[in-house]
Design a protein around this ligand. Structure first.
Ligand code: F6P
Length: 364
């Protein structure tokens, strides 16, 4: 078979490991031929390709980024974009397409599947917010980077008696904040799922100081929201830019600096913010992500040969399975309550907690 591969959306460590696994198993076991489409869906719309053979995938397992490059191109927003995709795929005689990406990439894959394109999805995002699968590759690497940063911030916070706010990625869900916050022993963890009360955060920090801990670490997901007096369940996230990408997303960022300012204003304790940003998305994948990405790649090419199109390879428990693309994109996967409870179990109670679930805190 002639199989096309593309990587779409924000990059993450492990994309190359998937490409390598798909190509190696496809060539060694199925006698397949491969064509890479460059820069996500842009490569399909504009017919930008690269040959993918054993030589092209040699040595890429530990490399972050993607040899196919990526973009946030949405063919449905380009003039005649979906039809141009169909023409490109036909021109190259593509029998199956493997689309590696997050919910945006999967939503385009589903549109093309509805137009009879034989497509398979592979779930990628450091945010780990794609439903249908227990874990996306890239998440573990991002958590490791964030945990390492929190450890480093701890020592300088303690030396200076400061409050350090660490802003991590996580647009709609707080997986990175919760995992790295628990792993790094953060004192306050703020996630998009639960708008927080800033006075309660300040009280927690004051209480720590009162019992002789003169520094505090706050981990906040970029999408964390202040609760509002009007509607405590739905505050608004801090944005860097109101412009939207082709999938309608604004650019988030800045919650860390706002939090540091508001905490210092309320407590009088010197506070600083650190934004981890794309450091979480770069670099070499962890062993866990390399193995998961490789399993996904092998699962995807096996699905191609079983004809399971319109589906995404997924991890359920420790098994590789296939799920309908529609299931993967029908909702955002929010953090597990179990994990929230782990963080809650470690926290010291403060008097002003409006609702136990609003702020997730733990104590190192
Ligand atoms: O979707 C993953 C993600 O890392 C989000 O957490 C973040 O909002 C976004 O990508 C930022 O991506 P970029 O800077 O590439 O637009």
């Amino acid at each position: 078979m002639k199989v096309g591969i593309l990587t779409g959306g924000g990059d993450c460590p492990g994309l190359n490991a998937v490409i390598r696994a798909v190509v190696r198993k496809g060539i060694f076991h199925y006698n397949d031929e491969f064509l890479g489409f460059l820069e996500g869906w842009r490569g399909v719309v504009e017919d930008k390709t690269q040959a993918l053979d054993l030589q092209a995938v040699a040595g890429i397992l530990p490399r972050g980024g993607t040899i196919l490059r990526t973009s946030r191109t949405n063919p449905a927003k380009r003039e005649d974009g979906l039809n141009r995709c169909l023409e490109t795929l036909q021109r190259h005689g593509i029998d199956a397409l493997v689309a590696i990406g997050g919910d945006d990439t999967m939503s385009v894959a589903l549109k093309l599947y509805d137009l009879k394109v034989p497509v398979i999805g592979v779930p990628k995002t450091i945010d780990n917010d794609l439903s249908g699968t227990d874990f996306c590759f890239g998440f573990d690497t991002a958590v490791s980077a964030a945990t390492d940063a929190i450890d480093r911030v701890h020592t300088t916070a303690e030396a200076h008696n400061r409050v350090m706010v660490v802003e991590v990625m996580g647009r709609d869900s707080g997986w990175i904040a919760l995992y790295s916050g628990i792993a790094g022993g953060a004192d306050v963890i703020l996630i998009p799922e639960r708008p927080f009360d800033i006075d309660e955060v300040a009280d927690t920090i004051r209480k720590r100081h009162a019992r002789g801990r003169y520094f505090s670490i706050v981990v906040a997901a970029e999408g964390a929201k202040f609760s509002s007096e009007v509607d405590t369940q739905h505050g608004s996230a801090i944005v860097q830019d109101l412009g939207k990408d082709e999938f309608g997303h604004v650019r988030l960022g800045g919650i860390g600096a706002v939090l540091a300012r508001e905490i210092e204003r309320r407590t009088g304790f010197e506070s600083r913010a650190v934004v981890l940003g794309h450091i979480q998305r770069g670099g070499s994948p962890t062993a866990f992500d390399r193995v998961l990405a490789t399993r996904y790649g092998i699962g995807a090419i096996d699905m191609v040969h079983r004809g399971e199109f319109g589906c995404m390879v997924a991890l359920r428990g420790n098994n590789i399975v296939s799920v309908p693309l529609a299931e993967a994109i029908n909702r955002t996967r929010l953090v597990d309550q179990d994990l929230v409870n782990v963080a809650l179990a470690l926290r010291e109670k403060v008097g002003r907690q409006a609702k136990p679930a609003e702020t997730v805190e733990s104590a190192r």
